[in-house]
Design a binder for this molecule. Sequence first.
Ligand code: NDP
Length: 399
Amino acid sequence: MAKVLIIGAGGVGSVVAHKCASVPEVFTEIMLASRTKAKCDKIAAAIGGNRIQTAQVDADNVQETIALIEQYKPDLLINVALPYQDLPLMDACLATRTNYMDTANYEPKDVAKFEYKWQWAYQDRFKEAGILALLGCGFDPGVTSVYTAYAAKHYFDEIHYLDIVDCNAGDHGKAFATNFNPEINIREITQRGKYWENGQWIEIDPMSIHKPVNYPNIGDRESYLLYHEELESLVKSYPSIKRARFWMTFGQKYITVLNVLQEVGLTSIKPINYEGKEIVPLQFLKAVLPEPSSLGEGYKGQTSIGCQIKGIKDGKERTYYVWNNCDHAACYKEIGAQAVSYTTGVPAMLGAKMILTGKWSGTGVFNIEQFDPDPFMAEIGKYGLPWNEQIDMPLPIEQ
Ligand code: NDP
């Protein structure tokens, strides 16, 4: 029925390829392309059955991607490379009138800053070209935004308080590793935190607000207030929101090691001269850290990500908590992935399915909460990410 081109053969790309391959009634042809073709070939071999074609592409090079698209002619390009490639890949999609999807918003390489403004600026051009771009279709952003849309549609007249809580209570046994691309991850958590309150953004020092939050089947975990990209679109989509925050758990050891790396300058993105060659310390650090796709074996424990919401329904105060718990070892057993890659790749496949089956349609640039959450919520469980909900119970974030 449809042809997809997946760009990026890392931890998330592997899950997207596996999951698309398991839905042949929608994804009849799949190509996986990345900077290092050998990684695509390894994933294709693991999936087997000649389901996946592979190719080499430098997604920073718009002409190279255009050539690949013109040769393969996909119905949809799924970008699971890095946020740096969002704009060049959107340019290639515009030039070839191809639908586009990603899981993380654009970041310039030389400033550790993520904002939707660069991608929202493509709105008119995508509309005029008659194509669709779906931004942020992983777990967070992605499922957390669908959860919010589902809550708004079914349980609230007005959402007033939104807390997105993201816990990884897993143990991969490594001294220090990040669960998604180390460079992007460390840029995200070392920048200043930010949350939305009463119509404005409040900035805080990195990791300066934290508290224990109780997670289902896990217990209390210290959770740190960070800025996360879905907050930017959610407060626009739901203007009744008075406060929106994002919390993520970190273990004490992770924070201690990160502090040391920061203090010695290894997380810096300012180029330095090393033996006559210009290098970026954070890129060097990334090169010595484990790859996210290599963490699955032996990874134990669960992730728990959800939305805790307070607002008004029929004039009465209401609370709502919706979440998914995902088990690292179960993901590894199923497709050789760890849960952070899995929880990102499954929604990417399902978002692609929503577009390719016409359940989500339109022209222009969309954030995921702009689409009907119901068909997505109806299917996400069967693809591996079942959800739970609690209505009118005390919210753990407030305890
Ligand atoms: P990895 O580092 O494991 O994989 C990234 C892949 O992109 C690698 O295969 C890499 O190639 C490839 N790549 C990098 N640059 C280029 C380029 N110029 N051209 C072609 N391919 C390129 O990262 P993850 O799989 O963990 O993360 C992938 C994306 O998913 C990231 O954008 C991340 O931010 C996002 N993400 C989103 C989440 C969500 O919930 N929304 C959660 C987790 C991740 P090579 O192997 O050669 O380096």
